[in-house]
Design a binder for this molecule. Structure first.
Ligand code: NAP
Length: 207
């Protein structure tokens, strides 16, 4: 569906950003994939009709919607660049990092969800939290023959329609889960971590 938000900027074109960006491009959106080494992304976009690569700064400028898909350890580098840009951001980051002993360690956010934390760092941006608790493999096309439910949270009442449109446009079934302070449930290791559900099953969870 056409919205005024046709330019999607992918910050972090790895497992998640790379895959979701490709789905956006195939759905007809204009996509810019960013990297600190954009030349490495040529093969990612070689078969896409309306995709480009750039550095982070170019991608932020291009984007009507930023898909934030970087590792938490480098989050502050990117939030510094996003400050004062007042963007709509789909945030799928999780507050974990790889510790030296190769285990996933949690970042202490003093009880806040990652969604709330990002909003507090970027007060003028409009945050939609989605996709955080789905493993990239389970989002691949053909994983299920029905649209997988994707919970999202946002504090912006007027963004719900946009969130639902873009999530549905790339083949998923959007389900509003509440404000950002409820995001923990839909972040990694939350109540719905990698739970694959139909929209009907997801709606029952809200009851
Ligand atoms: N993997 C999953 O199944 C999954 C599922 C749900 C959510 N997530 C979340 O999604 C986020 C990304 O996970 P991933 O598995 O996709 O990671 P990944 O494959 O390592 O990709 C992250 C990308 O971020 C880029 N990056 C890192 N620091 C950057 C910086 N300072 N500026 C710009 N780009 C930077 C890197 O690109 P360059 O090195 O090329 O710059 C890298 O390709 C994490 O927060 C994770 O918790 C992951």
């Amino acid at each position: 569906m056409k919205t005024p938000y046709q330019n999607i900027g992918i910050i972090g074109s790895g497992n998640m950003g790379g895959q979701l960006g490709r789905l956006f491009s195939k759905a007809g959106y204009n996509v810019m994939f960013s990297s600190r080494h954009p030349e490495k992304l040529k093969s990612l976009i070689s078969d896409l009709p309306n995709a480009n690569v750039g550095n982070v700064e170019q991608t932020i400028e291009f984007a009507d919607i930023v898909l934030l898909a970087i590792n938490y350890a480098t989050l502050s580098e990117v939030t510094d660049q996003l400050k004062d840009k007042n963007k709509v951001i789909i945030d799928l980051t999780n507050p974990f990092y790889w510790a030296e002993n190769k285990t996933l360690a949690k970042v202490n956010l003093s009880g806040k969800s990652a969604g709330e934390h990002l909003q507090s760092k970027l007060p003028n941006s409009k945050i939609i939290k989605a996709f955080s608790s789905h493993y990239s493999a389970s989002l691949q096309k053909g994983h299920r023959d029905y649209p997988i439910a994707v919970f999202y949270t946002t504090d912006e009442e007027d963004l719900k329609e946009l969130a639902e449109t873009v999530i549905a446009d790339i083949g998923f079934a959007p389900v509003y889960y509440g404000r950002l302070n409820r995001s923990k449930d839909i972040e990694l290791y939350g109540k719905f971590s990698n739970k694959i559900m139909t929209k009907e099953e997801a709606l029952l969870q809200l009851a």
